[in-house]
Design a binder for this molecule. Sequence first.
Ligand code: 6GU
Length: 226
Amino acid sequence: MQIDIITVVPELLESPFNHSIMKRAKEKGLLNVNLYNLRRWAINKHMQVDDYQFGGGAGMVMMPEPLANAIDELQQAKKYDEIIFMTPDGESFNQKTANSLSLKENILIICGHYKGIDERIRQKYITREISIGDYVLSGGELAAAVVVDAIGRLLPGVLNDETSALFDSFQDNLLAPPVYTRPADFRGNKVPDVLLQGDPKKVEEWRHEQSLLRTKERRPDLLDEE
Ligand code: 6GU
């Protein structure tokens, strides 16, 4: 899978994909992330990519020309399955969205800054608008890192059996059960017996029960979803 990202702050996205699981995905050739600095398509020598908004009001807006030129140029090299704009007024990102995006070949992500991007770009180019939650970040970069991480770990071959995504929280609308490692007795707090007894069927039942309990307590809303 190929993910291209257009941003005015590529520095913010340089580290997140170079460690741990994302690093492995890259090394195995399963995920390739390219960062493009929007200023490469700036309209003048001041490297301008934003301007005041018509009608007045605080905050700058990302201009249409640099974005349109950037997208046009990148689109000449490949056909994108989705052109995603990261924005707090987009659809809420969740595991279902991550699952469906992980099946795509080529994705372009536009990170917004300031007050956002000119509406005409949204209408002409953007196929999907995504928010990572009901709070405002100073730009779309950290949100894009979240989305790329969530997608990347789902690509076949990125995770091994031990880290398999099948048992993640949310994969079946349930939160993950509690987990324990050695020692079996930590300062008088013991690991539940069932996990020490070695009966895989009982372990499986216990985990499912714990998942349900946890979800009822913490996220009852998940149990109402289809
Ligand atoms: Cl995608 N962008 C910004 N700027 N803020 C956000 C967001 C995105 N998702 C939640 N808050």
